[in-house]
Design a protein around this ligand. Structure first.
Ligand code: ZN
Length: 113
């Protein structure tokens, strides 16, 4: 089972082992998240796994009903200058024609602006 684990991104040791969601290298002590070959810090990711950053532009990948109103954010809506926040809706943004609202990162896709 151990042979499916990736080598350590720091020292390339093949003796990494898994503890819960973290992989640990016994040789240099580096810890990183399974499935993240670059060992990057925890980030907010979009529907296809791109890491999102403040100021990114995303598009909405499905129609999203807005609670308490009849408005719908249509699939394909482009949202500029997002801001990442903690919480269930992890993207804070302003949507043209709708205003300030929270989005879930799993319902957006990053676009190059
Ligand atoms: Zn290592």
């Amino acid at each position: 089972m151990n042979d499916t684990l990736p080598p350590c991104p720091e020292c390339a040791s093949i003796y990494s082992y898994q503890v819960d969601a973290l992989l640990t290298c016994p040789e240099c002590g580096h810890e990183w998240r399974a499935g993240d070959p670059e060992g990057a810090e925890d980030g907010v990711r979009d529907s296809v796994g791109n890491t999102l950053h403040d100021g990114d532009t995303v598009t909405v990948i499905k129609d999203l009903k807005i609670k308490g109103s009849s408005s719908v954010v249509k699939v394909g809506t482009k949202v500029r200058n997002i801001r990442l926040v903690d919480g269930d809706h992890d993207i804070d943004c302003k949507i043209p024609g709708i205003g300030q609202m929270g989005l879930k990162s799993q319902f957006v896709k990053k676009v190059s602006d």
